[in-house]
Write a protein that binds this ligand. Structure first.
Ligand code: PLP
Length: 420
């Protein structure tokens, strides 16, 4: 094992990670070797609860027999073939199943890609190309919100509003109009509004901003604002999709149907990278006609194993009545979070469904208390990551009450230890 860690430090490079500190001798990277349900096991056989669903991806727990069997069965046929010029049954079945999750809505087309960022990238490109080739070339702007996070490709990062995720800080290829909230839309000039092709938002809750909730009714109002001006609405449900907020999709809580619904993280139950951008027949028809095509795609688009995993995950939703059981679980989650609210170091807890942001402080950011708490809770058998001083607790939907209790206790001990 020491050899493996030496190789790791010598050859690998991690995302969003200060590598100087990572490579120091006294830092022992955690190697995760196996997982079952909400439990992950490291190289020493120590067990941890997966407190952030392996960075917001896992839905039904690790090693779920139904998803594993679905992937295995597909693997015995073929692992991957091209979606450029060919099709296959898992993609067709999954497309139909995703559309069926939004019964009666105008969303009737599924476009596949590989991850959340490319799901967003696809929606932005579709919206801009749709306007350009359908007599609205002046609509060259995407409106986005402050503190939004929509992914890391240049196109997706351009609509993000969190500086550290933007790297060089440049916007690329198209215009972005940024606003802090709904009220700010009213102060846009007529000229500014007339240039907006689409509005993009994380519905109900901004994830990477630190689990910040939008006011109730905001999404429905935004949707109306867009409809009145014939502006396209892109919903980024990469984090909120697949039950995380208590409904299958967050937009259903305010009865909103967007022009684009971007799905990734939980789509495969958190087993394989796959994304889908759902859109309407109207947008699709805007791409018909001689010589027209949507000029975008990736080598692994609609990967068969990913589609099989996603179908497996949807099967678990049905067979195990996941959404029906969720309501009681969320109520228990709310009650248990109360034990943390009582700590003097906790200044706010923001919760939606099985997503919680526990904010400690106020502390100067350079003290990195959030990161220290996340490190401290490892000793108590919990893995998670912070957003500055907001600690994320987002268990898989399969979490049990006993596991939720253990997560809260680990969190309580960790906070007290780091912030006494
Ligand atoms: C994670 C995330 C993304 C980006 O997804 P990746 O798969 O990491 O590219 C986009 N939007 C939201 C809201 C996310 O949480």
């Amino acid at each position: 094992m020491p050899d493996l860690l030496q190789l790791e430090k010598r050859h690998l490079w991690h995302p969003f990670t200060p590598m100087q500190a990572w490579c120091e001798d006294d830092h022992e990277p955690l190697l995760l070797v196996s997982g079952k349900g909400c439990t992950l096991t490291d190289q020493h056989g120590r067990e941890y609860l997966d407190g952030n669903s392996s960075i917001w991806t896992n839905i039904h727990g690790h090693g779920h027999p139904t998803i594993t069997a679905a992937i295995r069965a597909q693997l015995d046929r073929v692992a991957h073939t091209s979606f450029l010029g060919f099709s296959h049954e898992p993609a067709i079945q999954l497309g139909k199943a995703l559309i069926n999750l939004l019964p009666g809505s105008a969303l009737g087309r599924a476009f596949y890609s590989d991850n959340g960022s490319t799901a967003i990238e696809s929606a932005i490109r579709m919206a801009l190309q749709f306007c350009k080739q359908n007599e609205r070339p002046e609509r060259d702007t995407i409106l986005a919100f402050d503190r939004a996070y929509h992914g890391d490709t240049l196109g997706a990062a351009s609509v993000g509003g969190i500086p550290i995720f933007k790297g060089s800080g440049n916007d690329f290829g198209y215009r972005v109009q940024r606003v802090p909230n709904l009220a700010a839309l009213e102060s846009l000039t007529a000229d500014q509004t007339s240039r907006i092709a689409a509005v993009i938002i994380e519905p109900l809750i901004q994830g990477s901003a630190g689990m910040r909730l939008w006011p109730k009714g905001m999404l429905a109002q935004l949707s109306r604002w867009c409809l009145d001006r014939d502006i396209l609405l892109i919903l980024d449900e990469v984090m909120t999709g697949f039950g995380r907020t208590g409904t299958m999709f967050a937009c259903q809580q305010e009865g909103v149907v967007p022009d684009f619904l971007c799905l990734a993280k939980g789509l495969t139950g958190g087993y394989l990278p796959l994304a889908a951008t759902l859109t309407t027949e109207r947008v699709f028809e805007g791409f018909l006609g001689a010589g027209r095509a949507f000029y975008y795609g990736h080598s692994y688009t609609a990967n068969q194993l990913g589609c099989a995993a996603a179908l497996g995950s949807l099967q678990v939703f049905r067979e195990e009545c996941v959404m029906e059981n969720l309501r009681g679980k969320i109520m228990r989650f709310t009650e248990l979070l109360q034990t943390l609210r009582e700590l003097p170091q906790v200044i706010e807890i923001r919760q939606l469904g099985l997503i919680a942001g526990i904010e400690i402080g106020p502390y100067p950011p350079e003290e990195q208390r959030g990161a220290k708490v996340c490190h401290a809770v490892r000793k108590h058998g919990l893995l998670t990551r912070p957003v500055v001083d907001t600690i994320v607790l987002m268990p898989p939907l399969s979490v049990t009450e006993a596991e939720m209790k253990r997560m809260m206790e680990a969190m309580r001990l960790g906070i007290i230890e780091v912030c006494e």
